[in-house]
Design a binder for this molecule. Structure first.
Ligand code: ADP
Length: 169
């Protein structure tokens, strides 16, 4: 049984087997979580992205790299849909969670931390971004034992807690 744990904090400081990056199609770094992960992980993360994803990554897909200086073994990069630019197909957002957990299972990760994919620069409405995250993780059938949902501020953290308790999770 997978535990979904709300965490108030910084994704780059999570001591878990894998952290998930809210990446973009280019896979060469960016703003928000992506910038923070590349800054904290160092050049090794970018080097691995270039080597493993020469053509970038499709929206809704996920792939992994090593984690450089981060206190985790792997970074699982996933590309959420850019709601603000008109990408509003929700199945692309739920696919990010499903694909990331599939990769975590392939890697044998037992603990993983997700940010709220698409909920920042990509402007997905927060309540639905949280619902997509919680429902998709809960229904995934992953072997991961602990999935952290990391919120950077108190308001978002409270919304994540509310969504979990509304579902009895
Ligand atoms: P996207 O481009 O997919 O929208 P962002 O990185 O802009 O991704 O934001 C995704 C979510 O992660 C937002 O809720 C944002 O507030 C949050 N966030 C940004 N930086 C961090 C961080 N260092 N740790 C955890 N969450 C973060």
């Amino acid at each position: 049984m997978t535990r979904i744990v709300p965490v108030l904090g910084d994704i780059t400081q999570q001591e878990v087997d894998a952290v998930v990056n809210a990446a973009n199609n280019g896979m060469r770094g960016g703003g928000g979580v992506d910038g923070a992960i590349h800054r904290a992980g160092g050049a090794a993360v970018l080097r691995d992205c270039v080597a493993r994803f020469p053509d970038g990554l499709a929206t809704g897909d996920a792939g992994y790299t090593t984690a450089g200086d981060l206190p985790t073994r792997w970074v699982i990069h996933t590309v959420g849909p850019d709601y603000g630019s008109g990408q509003r197909d929700r199945s692309l957002l739920t696919s990010c969670y499903r694909r990331s957990l599939e990769i975590a299972d392939e890697l044998g990760a037992t603990t993983i931390a997700f940010p709220l994919i698409s909920a920042g620069i990509y402007a997905w409405p927060l309540d639905d971004a949280i619902a997509a995250a919680v429902d998709t993780i809960a229904e995934s059938g992953t072997a991961v034992e602990e999935v952290r949902l990391v919120a950077r501020d108190q308001r978002i953290f409270a919304e994540v807690e509310r969504a979990l308790s509304a579902r009895g999770l």
